[in-house]
Design a protein around this ligand. Structure first.
Ligand code: KIV
Ligand code: ZN
Length: 514
């Protein structure tokens, strides 16, 4: 093992999905997993297999399909969780069970109601059981950031002796301060007698906005795995952002003296994919992947960059995937060129029927939109795959919206092939459209989020709409893309309703049956 290599453990699909409101279908998780594999992340935490049948299936599908990254499932330190994780990972090229138990006084006393020795015994039993089922086991001390260091050293030594090969020290509630967290990691590595038999990992939450700083302090102190998420998604204020960790390590290799194996040019497309699927927009001033991250507004800065880019840029926009959204295809491109470009983007359609459907959508789009970019293809495939399993379909939409008049939407839908028509007024064209759809469907849901993002630049860009619907505390996200944002909105609403019909309404992952 290269001593200076920091392993990137991505938990977008597990901790990221714990962001309030982020929910992904199994197919979407697989698409994100493929983007993570293209980024060359070392470990993909695919989910919490025991949380629900849907989570199990998603972990299994990712384990069965991902070949170049290790695929991991979370499991509490109990036999049933560990066995379910092992079952889901059975088809993996390289699988890992990640088992955890809380180690802080507050968690042990109030949540687990166990004495420290009982926690230690349970951890050892869990790691041994996991090792019997899987050669690669990671052990996490939940709430390590508020745990006592003596107890951490004892439980970690025991977990390594029981067979854990990665020890994760999470700052579960984002309480740590960089120099202090780094010192904790240094002391643990020094004091645990068998620490040389494990890789030390950190998993920092962002409650004080310090997740990336704490993770880097831990790397300086000897941690060689960082757990992070695309766009910093995750429970509450989120996790350390993968793109920030990776680019800090790359840009300041002179200070940090370590490197990762990430293909940084694929960062932006992964960020956009996750943002589109979860409906969590990226703030414009977000480091690395925000729209303004490489924009120079002031005249002095612009002048400097024109004369010599490094005057105001510490890394190039291209190095993280900006300006590489190649013009993919045009109106005259044929089916083979279309299939080849999808292959290059790592998109595999299940069969010829789906390829034909996607190709015919591509031709329709090319009639409306002069230039078709990779992002357009991603959205188009996403729409095609979801439409294939749709119970409700949009047949026709007519929206009238004039200054000073109330907008009216007339919609024709089919529900399992039977046609329905409805008409409604609304406060705006989108509101009228959703109300007309609701007249047909009466879904008894509440709209929690509506967001529109331009997929590419220019006024001919497709708008990508995300709609989040809630029913009895459970949520679902629907997506739709079109050059007409009212049509995109209708598609996203109908997509959410179809997902509900397919049983995709989800509770918060940690409340889902565990
Ligand atoms: O934040 C945390 O402690 C976690 C663990 C399960 C690793 O997510
Ligand atoms: Zn976490």
């Amino acid at each position: 093992m290269d001593q200076d290599r920091v392993l990137i453990f991505d938990t977008t699909l597990r901790d990221g999905e714990q962001s309030p409101g982020a929910s992904m279908t199994g197919e979407e998780k697989l698409r994100i997993a493929k983007a993570l594999e293209k980024l060359k992340v070392d470990v993909i935490e695919a989910g919490f297999a025991i949380a629900s049948p849907g989570d199990f299936e998603a972990v299994k599908a990712i384990a069965d399909n991902i070949k170049d990254s290790t695929v991991c499932s979370l499991a509490r330190a109990v036999e049933a969780d560990i066995e379910r994780a092992a079952e889901a990972l059975a088809g993996a090229n390289s699988g890992r069970i990640h088992t955890f138990i809380a180690t802080s006084p507050i968690h042990m006393q109030h949540k687990l109601r166990l004495e420290p020795n009982q926690v230690l015994e349970q951890a050892v039993r869990a790691v041994k059981h996991a090792r019997n089922l899987c050669g690669d086991v990671e052990f996490s001390c939940e709430d390590a950031g508020r745990s006592e260091i003596d107890f951490l050293c004892r439980i970690i030594e025991a977990a390594i002796a029981a067979g854990a090969r990665t020890i994760n020290i999470p700052d579960t509630v984002g309480y740590s301060i960089p120099h202090q967290f780094g010192e904790t990691i240094r002391q643990i590595i020094e004091r645990v007698p068998n620490s040389d038999q494990a890789i030390f990992s950190v998993h920092c939450h962002n409650d004080l906005g310090l997740a990336v700083a704490n993770s880097l302090a831990a790397v300086c102190a000897g941690a060689r795995q960082v757990e992070c998420t695309i766009n910093g998604l995750g429970e509450r204020a989120g996790n350390a952002a993968l793109e920030e960790i990776v680019m800090a390590i790359k840009t300041r290799e002179d200070i940090l003296g370590v490197h990762t194996g990430i293909v940084t040019e694929n960062i932006l497309s992964a960020s956009r994919l996750v943002s589109g699927i979860t409906g969590f927009p990226v703030q414009p001033n977000k480091a690395i992947v925000g729209a303004n991250a490489f924009a120079h507004e002031s005249g002095i800065h612009q002048d400097g960059v024109i004369k010599h880019r490094e005057t105001y840029e510490i890394m190039s926009a291209q190095s993280v995937g900006w300006h590489t959204n190649r013009l993919s295809l045009g109106k005259l491109s044929g089916r083979n060129a279309f299939r080849n470009r999808l292959d290059e983007l790592g998109i595999q359609l299940p069969g010829d029927a789906e390829l034909n459907a996607a190709f015919s959508r591509f031709k329709q789009l090319a009639d409306k939109k002069h230039e078709i970019f990779d992002e357009d293809l991603q959205a188009l495939v996403s729409d095609t795959l979801t439409e294939a399993v749709e119970h409700l379909k949009l047949v026709y939409l007519d929206v009238t919206s004039r200054t000073g008049e109330t907008p009216i939407a007339r919609v024709t839908l089919t529900a399992d092939g039977v046609e329905h028509k409805a008409e409604s007024e609304g406060s705006g064209p989108v509101d009228a459209t959703f109300k007309a759809i609701e007249q047909v469907v009466q879904s008894n849901t509440v709209l929690q989020l509506y967001s529109v993002n331009a997929i590419t630049q220019g006024t001919d860009s497709q708008g990508e709409v995300t709609v989040r619907l809630e029913r009895a505390g459970r949520i679902v996200n629907g997506n739709g893309a079109d050059t007409d944002i009212i049509v995109a909105s209708a598609k996203a609403y109908i997509n959410a309703l179809n997902l509900i019909q397919a049983g995709a309404l989800k509770a918060h992952p940690q409340e889902a049956g565990v």
